[in-house]
Design a protein around this ligand. Structure first.
Ligand code: FES
Ligand code: FES
Length: 128
């Protein structure tokens, strides 16, 4: 299977690349078998994801998946963003080659980790 037009667009012009200083949540995942790393930074206000940035050493599929999945969660509530699935991301891209599916999982996992980091900080603060 070839890359879809949408994958190519997001790979060549990825959205939300970069870092956020003092993020409200941070997630970093790596695939130990290949050394690919994905980092996600989020800003949250009033329970809404206001901004997301990503940085990765992954391949074209990882870049396209992070670009589109960060777009998909901006403006969502924290709970809605947590429900984002890898399948939704791949569907939105119009599909990925089967051998590249694992790359798209990096974005999903890093987003979940960043949101969980935010939630644990938020609830930790409340408890004090
Ligand atoms: Fe390594 Fe895709 S992120 S091959
Ligand atoms: Fe590393 Fe695909 S080869 S995630």
């Amino acid at each position: 299977m070839q890359y879809t037009e949408k994958v190519m667009q997001h790979f060549m012009h990825p959205h939300n690349v970069g870092v956020i200083e003092n993020p409200d949540g941070y997630g970093k995942v790596g695939n130990p078998s290949c050394g690919d790393i994905m980092e996600i930074f989020i800003k949250v206000e009033d329970n809404i994801i206001k901004d997301v940035k990503f940085r990765t050493f992954g391949c074209a599929s990882a870049i396209a998946s992070s670009s589109i999945s960060t777009d998909m969660i901006i403006g969502k509530t924290v709970d809605e963003a947590l429900k984002l699935t890898n399948k939704q991301v791949v569907d939105e891209l119009g599909g990925l080659p089967a051998v590249k599916m694992h790359c798209s999982v990096l974005a999903e996992e890093a987003i979940k980790m960043a949101i969980e980091d935010y939630i644990s900080k938020r609830d930790g603060k409340k408890a004090q």
